[in-house]
Write a protein that binds this ligand. Structure first.
Ligand SMILES: CC(=O)N[C@@H](CCC[C@H](N)C(=O)O)C(=O)O
Length: 384
């Protein structure tokens, strides 16, 4: 089977995953592609390591945007691919290589087959952190081309190819990173009474943190605290003077987010007293919930059922994933959906191998949807 242009592009991008705001090779790759398209229909602007591309419509009344994220994750790849990451310790394990290839596919379609409205394609850096969407929205580059509507997708390992899942209202959670540094007193492993051991303190804290959700959040609400990384100590026979926990908090309301943070702060204060140490909390970056415009999403879901019988529309539940696309949806009507990519390993797993057939599904659905949307009276399909 021959590889489609956009699957090939995805494979090229897969080999060069880069951290947020350091997507230099990725940006260059995308620009090289864009610069070989007919220049008369497109305008290109760069913003940091991101790119904005406007595709001219034939009789524009509105500006409809599509957003794709660009960054990779600090994961050592363990796929069976022969096009594995060439960047040691980095991997596109969240599908952003797929997202960018799909973005280019949709864009290319509309360069060749313009519709009435102008389209904006946003290749956005740093979704995994520290978050590119918010500073992008504040940038002059974006403000000059501020779209009327904005849309995006995320690959979903658990759905078969050809499935599209979404819902009106909240789709993804509010997030906050969570970093806790502990400083005690180091010493010889044989004399624990002369030291304050931060490996023991950190271990207690990890366990205590897990009680916050179960004991302080209404069981009918949902929240998550995950500690994804612990660092501490220097050697097996030295008591650790320092330890650091790194994690994330997820909630469906800002009230719960505040409550979780207050409880974490109380537990950390208790830890300081109990383990005679100093602790510092840093909440890093936080993202707004992804809230899909209700009317637009319902209209899309009806359109999918009626006009895309070859694909399966799933009305899904909300998830505890986070996305800085939430900031864009906070100000601009639109929605996000899950794109089935059928792989046994989940997002952020070193063995994830999304099915590349999903790329063409997304290009087909989004190009048809944008063509349809461009012909609608927007007040009919968009919430106030
Ligand atoms: C879709 C996805 O996986 N997004 C990330 C967003 C991360 C936000 C931030 N770095 C945090 O960990 O809170 C996710 O982990 O859900």
């Amino acid at each position: 089977m021959t590889l489609s242009t956009f699957a090939r592009i995805r494979r090229d991008l897969h080999q060069i995953p880069e951290p947020g705001f350091a997507e230099f090779k990725t940006q260059r790759y995308l620009l090289d592609y864009l610069e070989q398209l007919p220049a008369e229909r497109i305008q290109i602007k760069t913003w940091k390591t991101g790119i904005l591309v406007k595709v001219a419509g034939l009789n524009p009344k509105k500006l409809i945007a599509w957003r794709a994220d660009m960054d990779g994750l600090p994961i050592t790849e363990e796929t069976s691919y022969d096009f594995r990451s060439t960047h040691e310790g980095f991997m596109h394990a969240c599908g952003h290589d797929m997202h960018m290839a799909i973005g280019l596919g949709i864009l290319t379609h509309f360069v060749q087959n313009p519709i009435a409205d102008d389209l904006l394609f946003v290749f956005q850096p740093a979704e995994e952190g520290p978050g590119g969407a918010k500073p992008l929205m504040e940038s002059e580059e974006f403000r000059e081309w501020r779209p009327d509507y904005i849309f995006a997708l995320h690959i979903a390992p658990e759905y078969p190819v050809g499935h599209i899942a979404t819902k009106p209202g909240i789709l993804f959670a509010n997030t906050s990173e969570l970093m806790i540094d502990l400083v005690g007193k180091g010493g010889h492993a044989a004399f624990p009474h002369k030291a304050n051991d931060m490996v023991v303190a950190a271990s207690h804290l990890v366990t205590q943190l897990q009680s916050v959700i179960s004991r302080n959040i209404d069981p009918l609400d949902s929240a998550v605290i995950t500690i994804g990384k612990i660092e501490g100590g220097t050697r097996q026979n030295i008591i650790a003077e320092r330890a650091r926990l790194e994690g994330t908090i997820r909630t469906f309301s800002m009230d719960s987010m505040q409550r979780v943070k207050r409880r974490i702060e109380a537990l950390v204060k208790g830890l300081e007293a109990g383990f005679e140490c100093e602790a510092q909390i840093d909440y890093g970056c936080g993202y707004a919930q992804v809230y899909n415009d209700e009317k637009l999403t319902l209209a899309f879901m009806d359109w999918m059922r009626e006009k895309q019988p070859d694909y399966t529309l799933v009305h899904c539940s909300e998830a505890m994933t986070g996305e800085d696309f939430g900031f864009l949806l906070g100000e601009i009507p639109g929605f996000m959906f899950w794109l089935g990519a059928d792989t046994p390993y989940g997002l952020h797993h070193s063995k994830i191998e999304p099915d590349e057939e999903a790329i063409q599904v997304a290009i087909d659905v989004v190009t048809s949807y944008f063509s349809w949307l461009s012909n609608q009276k927007m007040q009919l399909v968009c919430s106030e």
